[in-house]
Design a protein around this ligand. Structure first.
Ligand code: HEM
Length: 170
């Protein structure tokens, strides 16, 4: 009974500030910290979703025979060749057309006549890079048929990246 009276007297004289001081315990501080951190995380703007990288854009360009020449796989260049005015990116076939490949003569050149005649000899290529394009004069039906076959193959395998025009036409 003595004890109860003592507690009641203590309660009656307790300073109201003690109530607040009692709330500042290590556990409460941790809980407040967690609450604040969670609020911060929820309100933080989320970073934009990373999109898959696009393949490099293919820019369709016109090339003169001289401009096409450097596209031969040397010096880190891609490999292009022209067939009847259309320029194919044949870099994926660099084993065929790249430096040291069996058909490297076609790299950076108009390969139309060579493909039609089934020959990769130098004389199949247009000599004058600043002159008119090869009109394929003198070829027969069989050669044109063969050329169409190659074009079909290239269409299914490679991307057209440009158009070959004579130097005077650009
Ligand atoms: C000695 C005769 C020849 C042999 C043994 C030969 C062999 C081959 C072989 C094995 C392929 C690969 C086929 C493939 O895997 O898709 C190929 C492709 C090819 N050959 Fe020949 N070839 C010969 C002559 C020629 C000639 C004279 C030309 C000239 C027009 C030529 C032009 C090509 C071309 C343009 C390709 C396609 C490459 C590609 O898919 O980009 N070949 N040849």
């Amino acid at each position: 009974m003595e004890y109860v009276n003592q507690r009641m007297a203590q309660e009656a004289h307790r300073n109201p500030d003690d109530v607040y001081t009692g709330l500042i315990t290590p556990l409460n501080l941790i809980l407040v910290a967690i609450t604040l951190y969670t609020t911060y995380l929820l309100s933080k703007p989320s970073p934009p979703a990373t999109l898959p990288r696009e393949p490099p854009a293919t820019v369709f360009k016109t090339f003169t025979p001289r401009e096409l020449l450097p596209y031969n796989g040397l010096n880190g260049m891609p490999v292009y060749l022209a067939v009847r005015g259309r320029i194919f990116d044949v870099t994926n076939g660099r084993n065929f057309y790249g430096p040291g490949g069996p058909y490297e003569n076609f790299a950076g050149r108009d390969a139309s006549r060579g493909l039609a005649c089934h020959s990769f000899d130098e004389e199949m290529l247009t000599k004058d890079l600043d002159g008119p394009l090869d009109k394929l004069d003198g070829l027969g039906e069989e050669e044109f048929e063969s050329l169409r076959g190659w074009e079909e193959r290239f269409d299914s395998k490679y991307l057209v990246v440009g158009r070959l025009v004579a130097a005077g036409e650009k």
